[in-house]
Write a protein that binds this ligand. Structure first.
Ligand code: Z5A
Length: 208
């Protein structure tokens, strides 16, 4: 039995990750692969309960340290209960966000990138995706897409200011530059079909 592949989709709010995750899953299934679609925070029973704690409530509900630990705890459960078992039976796992989101959102303030990687080593034995697809979209376009869907409402973290989201985007770009063997930047502009084609090209060498 060949082990499956683990692919994460990353990017800012409104970039089209959820849309592309569904489209990519359909394209991979059409090639005869078993595909598990999952997300973070969440993706297992325990992690979905933690998601609710993380994304609801006031802006200061959690301290930065408590927030980072909750994301790491949710990820540990997700990896153990959902991702590893699926990979072991040969399935491909597509996750809407994973570790790089914690590095970009929680690892550039009170905590550093190295702190987040340490939490990940403790929580999930440093487990990494086979490939991370970073969807890039100009901020104005991403905001317009998110607004079309949500109006003016956003979750606890999505509601942070523009400068915060700019730093997140810069962090993702840095990961793509520094970890080019794993993190691929993919242009998320244009039609959903065109973006899916680009994503498939970025997975070309991994496809059976
Ligand atoms: N977070 C964190 O801080 N640390 C962590 O470790 C993790 C997460 C794992 C999760 O929010 C929040 O948690 C997130 C980061 C933080 N907060 N922020 N920011 P979420 O899971 O609820 O949502 P999200 O991950 O931020 O994504 P999103 O807002 O759902 O956006 P998306 O998935 O990238 O986009 P979409 O839903 O696919 O598309 C948005 C709209 O655009 C929708 O109406 C689509 O129909 C439309 N769309 C999609 N593609 C196109 C194209 N090509 N053209 C035109 N319109 C399109």
């Amino acid at each position: 039995m060949t082990r499956g592949r683990f692919i994460s989709l990353e990017g800012g709010e409104g970039a089209g990750k959820s849309t592309q995750l569904r489209a990519l899953a359909a394209a991979l299934r059409a090639r005869g692969l078993e595909v598990v679609e999952t997300r973070e925070p969440g993706g297992s029973e325990g992690a979905e309960a933690i998601r609710n704690l993380l994304l609801t409530g006031g802006a200061d509900r959690w301290s930065p340290r408590a927030e980072a630990l909750l994301f790491a705890a949710a990820r540990a459960d997700h990896v153990e209960r959902t991702i590893r078992p699926a990979l072991d039976r040969g399935a491909w796992v597509l996750s809407d966000r994973f570790l790089d989101s914690s590095r970009a959102y929680q690892g550039m303030g009170e905590l550093t990138d190295s702190d987040i990687l340490t939490l990940h080593r403790i929580g999930s034995a440093g487990f990494l995706p086979d490939r991370t697809l970073f969807l890039t979209l100009p901020e104005t376009e991403a905001t317009a897409r998110a607004r079309t869907r949500d109006g003016e409402t956003s979750d606890r973290i999505g509601g942070r200011d523009r400068a915060f989201h700019q730093r997140v985007a810069e962090a993702f770009s840095r990961f793509a530059a520094q970890e080019a063997e794993r993190v691929y930047s993919v242009d998320a502009s244009g039609t959903a079909e065109a973006v899916t084609e680009r994503l498939l090209i970025s997975l070309h060498d991994l496809l059976p």
